[in-house]
Design a protein around this ligand. Structure first.
Ligand code: C2G
Length: 129
């Protein structure tokens, strides 16, 4: 069984997230999605997130693409997860191109095309307007 893992905040879940999850799932048989905790996001400077972690987990669950959902809560967790779950493929959007090449020591790393014209930032701005 080929295991794929991906991570994200998935705030105000939109079509870009949906496509990313669909493409990640298609890379293997079993998809693990790591949803960032609120404190992990604050720590990496994402201060504007609208949905809390439970809401974001529920949105990811509702897509039907995730076989398992975990919480990402600390720096360096990706390596631990890949080893713990015996992951074959790490997938992430192309806005991160090159940034996760250090994981190639542990599994295959795939950058998936990002969906243009939609983002959580755009939706948050629209909500605030
Ligand atoms: N994404 C996409 N198209 C968009 C927006 C997002 O393909 N228009 C993808 C991103 O590339 C990412 C996933 O959707 O793979 C989740 O995006 P975010 O919620 O913005 O999360 P991000 O900050 O990219 O988290 O540890 C966390 C991860 O490193 C990345």
């Amino acid at each position: 069984m080929k295991k794929v893992i991906t991570y994200g905040t998935f705030d105000l879940l939109h079509e870009g997230h949906l496509k990313l999850l669909q493409r990640a799932k298609a890379l293997g048989d079993y998809l693990i999605v790591g949803v960032t905790s609120d404190s992990f996001d604050r720590g990496r400077g994402k201060l504007n997130v609208k949905n809390n972690v439970l809401e974001r987990v529920a949105s990811v669950k509702a897509t039907g693409y995730a076989d398992e959902i975990i919480i990402e809560d600390y720096l360096g967790q990706k390596i631990d997860d890949i080893q713990r779950f015996d992951v074959d493929v790490f997938a992430i959007g192309s806005d991160w191109e090159g940034k996760f090449d250090y994981l190639k020591e542990y599994c295959e790393v795939v950058y998936l095309p990002r969906t243009e014209g939609i983002s959580s930032t755009m939706l948050r701005e629209r909500q605030d307007a």
